[in-house]
Ligand binder design. Structure first.
Ligand code: FES
Ligand SMILES: [Fe+2]
Length: 426
């Protein structure tokens, strides 16, 4: 439970807010590479941390990220013409290079203003199928993060986004919350739920499949330089010979990234606040064996193939109370949620909490420890930043962070699984 004031501090991310300052100290994905496919492509509207920007590539294929409103009179540059080395505003024709230099000013050709003025830009880079941006103070620009997936050929990964009309914290907390997996995602986690029998879902790709029917995992949470990770420890159906148990280790990387494991696939998920009540979820999924992921299968599992709930053109989740988030009540006799797809189930939960969840009325239980740790670390970062310090996780090496879903022998501490030097599991 949080006070109203703490909840506000946690959730508000626009310019001038403390949590906004925390987020501005990190690189974030802002759109997919496929949205800016090549030289002179269509400009794309980008929204992050309450700021409206436009991404484009010039004739040389250079990437630019400009403030969306034209510095002349604020018309959207996303409506502009992308032509010959720059983006031209449709209204009076001012033309901008990727670095914000004004190349042309047809309605004021000789004023000198062209030399004095520049469009506002932010540093942007392309990597791993995403366009990334840094919005913080220039002197505090961190090194570009070396995520493990950036070394994997994009064609072997599944890279996608889904935009939702909820605050980022609901999405982040949903991702850090392991005890809902065996319940909300019953259809995927434990196909035998109807009869009470436990049939393990043995799909190695499925992050919602559990090797156990234990619905009350023991959580052990440990702080790390990047934020924290937690182990969800579940008893095996046969009791586990010699104390063997299933362990799922989920790293939560400050401020709002996590890696979700399935036995064969890592799902790295970035919750990027577009504004206080909109969140873009960017995901990169890759197989540990380096082979291409089965995109169709993962999309089907998530529920993205349903046009009533997901618009592929705009990347927007389109469930609302009007379509009951796709819930089929009649089907619930033999379908746990009545909603098709893991992500679509998660979305319905997040939307039903409201645009910004009220955390002052909650009753938390031990299974919510990871959710609590997310909040505590973000509020701690806000405190540090307000005092002129650095947020948790800034400039940390992220290259070795991994998530694990494995059955381990009773004599092995779970921490051994994530020590880069032990190679215990992989
Ligand atoms: S508003 Fe863009 S050139 Fe006038
Ligand atoms: Fe979920």
């Amino acid at each position: 439970m949080l006070s109203q004031a703490e909840n506000e501090l946690l959730c508000r991310v626009g310019p001038g807010t403390t949590m906004g300052e925390v987020f501005r100290r990190f690189w974030h994905p802002v759109c997919l590479s496929e949205q800016v496919p090549g030289p002179d492509c269509d400009p794309v509207r980008v929204e992050i941390l309450g700021e409206r920007l436009v991404a484009f590539k010039d004739s040389g294929g250079r990437l630019g990220l400009l403030e969306e409103g034209c510095p002349h009179r604020g018309v959207s540059l996303a409506l502009g013409r992308n032509e010959d080395k720059g983006l031209r505003c449709l209204y009076h024709g001012w033309k901008f290079a990727v670095d914000g230099t004004i190349l042309d000013m047809p309605n004021c050709p000789d004023s000198g203003l062209k030399q004095r003025l520049k469009a506002k830009t932010y540093p942007a880079r392309e990597a791993g199928g995403f366009v990334w941006a840094y919005l913080g103070p220039e002197e505090k620009t961190p090194p570009f993060p070396k995520w493990r997936f950036l070394e994997i050929p994009v064609e072997n990964m599944r890279v996608n986004r889904i935009d939702a009309e909820v605050n980022y914290m609901q999405q982040l907390e949903g991702g850090a919350d392991t005890s809902h997996v065996g319940i909300l995602h019953s259809n995927f986690a434990r196909p035998g739920w109807m009869t009470g029998a436990f049939n393990a879902n043995t799909d190695q790709d499925n992050p919602a499949a559990l090797a156990t029917g234990d619905l009350a995992p023991t959580l052990q949470v440990e702080d790390t330089p990047f934020g924290f990770h937690y182990a969800a420890i579940r008893q095996l159906p046969d009791g586990g010979a010699d104390g063997a148990r299933n362990v799922r280790i989920t790293p939560i990387i400050m401020p709002s990234t996590r890696i979700i494991p399935s036995p064969a696939v890592q799902f790295i998920i970035f919750e990027v606040p577009m504004n206080d009540t909109r969140t873009a979820t960017f995901a990169a999924s890759y197989r540990l064996d380096g082979k291409p992921v089965d995109q169709w299968k993962l999309n089907e599992m998530s529920g993205r193939h349903n046009p009533a709930l997901f618009d592929e053109t705009t990347h927007r989740y389109t469930g609302t109370w009007a379509n009951r988030f796709g819930q089929n009540r009649a089907a619930m006799r033999d379908d746990w949620s009545g909603i098709k797809g893991v992500v679509m189930e998660d979305m319905a939960m997040a939307y039903s909490q409201g645009a910004i969840a009220d955390r002052s009325k909650e009753h938390l239980v031990p299974a919510d420890q990871a959710v609590v740790r997310c909040r505590r670390q973000l509020l701690e970062s806000a405190k540090r930043v307000a005092e002129g310090g650095d947020p948790i996780g800034v400039e940390v090496d992220v290259s070795t962070i991994r998530a694990i879903d494995a059955t381990v022998p009773g004599n092995m501490p779970w921490q051994d699984l994530v020590k880069p030097d032990t190679g215990a599991v992989r």
